[in-house]
Design a protein around this ligand. Structure first.
Ligand code: ATP
Length: 456
């Protein structure tokens, strides 16, 4: 696996990810997704929707607001409790997450079990030093709420204060009744949502791993109380399959089930799927069995009856929820680490190749006229017919070997070369990115040949 530094350079040079606000000196820990990054991100979201919504007949999609009535966040517990333990080095004024300092010192400890004062004591007793200046001079740990606040309307006063959502899930819970009734959904069913979330993280970092603005792909799966642990296992399995099918290697994944004592008070099972990043295993995807906690707090907070009436058995209950929650950018990072490679070829030449699943490749196909003057017209005709079906790029500059290398580096799955045979026989040479093997395909079959190969 490449280093983080290599990947950052690769992503910038090849148009995947740029530092945010760069020409103004930047804005710490913000990133812009370049033309190829935007396509890759979009393909990741499409694949998630395909597997977790479109191909699962019980599931449906939602697109709820980022801005919600502040009461939603009071009921959900975010206003009071969505916080991390913050400490500040009194010598250099750098701020840190105290639980991360403790975990870095001894990764076997479960920091969720520590109170703030226990964490304070642990840091002093073990002489944990500031990672920035090396001094032992930390201020007492405080709770820091990660909700981004803003104001709605022209007057900046507390009555108008609202929050940017720190997760997409609450938009699903507060629409439970609308969704269930309007679509006459029967339990069990799931509601998926993809969208932006904002957290004022104390220590963002590791490139796009932890940022303050990110996107989530969340599924809230509503089921009958008593069946939730079966559904929890079911979702663990389909999450695993999704990652493996996209090309992440089994040995780079750990499914870390939380022990009973470290479960959140509302959860009866939780599993973090961790990926082996260059800095070690770290959370990629959280799956939690959340009981009826979320619907319960919103029923209480809003005064609306959110009970489900089973039309077949006449049973009335508050559904339980399984929540697999995944960050788009974290998955993108894990996929780039899994795909980015340099290979030495038989002729000792080095090639950079991005072995992305073709469904994720920014471009599925590159159309390349062998000789610009002679084959461009036909090549453009082919390009114009293919772009109606999938994303295609066109390149007529430099020799064909160089053009192949360029496409390999950005993950383009097929290169289609247009030459004299195309003009006389209506055939093209199709080159596979990974094996570099070439096959001759007739023009009339080209579209279906490509579609078959790139499906997910
Ligand atoms: P962490 O422990 O890494 O802070 P979390 O347990 O708070 O994450 P969840 O609240 O469970 O994370 O969020 C679900 C998923 O959303 C995470 O598994 C991750 O993929 C993504 N995610 C959460 N916070 C961020 C962030 N600041 N930047 C990018 N992705 C994030």
């Amino acid at each position: 696996m490449k280093s983080l530094e290599d990947l950052v350079v690769f992503a910038k040079v090849n148009g995947f990810i740029f530092p945010g606000s760069e020409i103004y000196g930047g804005l710490a820990n913000t990133f812009d997704y370049g033309p190829l990054g935007a396509l890759l991100k979009n393909n990741i979201k499409k694949s998630w929707i395909q597997k977790f919504v479109s191909e699962t007949s019980s599931n449906i999609l939602l697109d709820s607001s980022i801005l919600l009535n502040s009461e939603v966040w009071r009921s959900s517990g975010h206003v009071g409790g969505f916080s991390d333990p913050l400490t500040e080095c009194k010598s250099c004024h750098e701020r840190f997450r105290a639980d991360h300092l403790v975990a870095k010192f001894d990764s076997s400890l479960n920091t969720d079990k520590f109170s703030l004062s226990e964490m304070d004591e642990f840091i002093i007793k073990n002489h944990i030093k500031c990672p920035s200046c090396g001094k032992e001079n930390f201020a007492p740990i405080k709770k820091f709420n990660m909700m981004f606040q803003t104001y709605q309307g022209a007057v900046i006063e507390s009555a108008n204060q609202i929050y940017l959502r720190p997760e997409t899930a609450q938009g699903i819970f507060i629409n439970f009744k609308n969704i269930q009734r309007s679509l006459r959904k029967k339990i069990p069913f799931g509601v998926g949502q993809v969208g932006k979330a904002f957290r004022n993280e104390i220590t963002p970092g590791n490139f796009i791993f932890r940022t303050r603005e990110f996107e989530q792909m969340e599924l809230e799966f509503f089921c009958k109380p008593g069946t939730e642990l079966e559904w929890f296992d079911y979702h663990k399995n389909i999450c695993r399959k999704f990652l493996l099918d996209l090309g992440i290697k089994e040995e780079n994944l750990i499914f870390r089930d939380h022990e009973k004592e470290s479960l959140a008070f509302y959860s009866n099972a939780t599993c973090d799927i961790e990926f082996r990043f260059p800095w070690g295993f770290d959370e990629l995807w959280g799956i939690a069995s959340r009981t009826d906690y979320d619907l319960g707090v919103h029923q209480k907070g809003s005064g609306e009856n959110l009970m489900y009436l089973d039309p077949d058995t006449n049973e009335k209950y508050l559904p339980y929820v399984i929540e697999p929650s995944l960050g788009v950018e974290r998955l993108l990072l894990a996929l780039l680490f899994s795909a980015y490679d340099t290979e030495i070829l038989d002729n000792n030449e080095e090639r950079t190749v991005l072995h992305l699943h073709p469904a994720l490749s920014p471009y599925k196909v590159a159309v390349l006229p062998l000789i610009k003057k002679e084959h461009s017209e036909k090549a453009l005709e082919i390009y114009n017919s293919l772009i109606k079906h999938f994303s295609v790029t066109y390149d007529s500059s430099a020799n064909i070997g160089k053009r192949y290398r360029r496409q390999d580096a950005i993950g383009t799955y097929f290169s289609v070369t247009v030459d004299n045979d195309t003009l006389t026989n209506d055939t093209v040479t199709v080159r596979y990115r990974d094996s570099m093997k070439q096959v001759v395909v007739s023009l009339k079959d080209l579209n279906s040949f490509i579609l078959n190969a790139i499906s997910f």
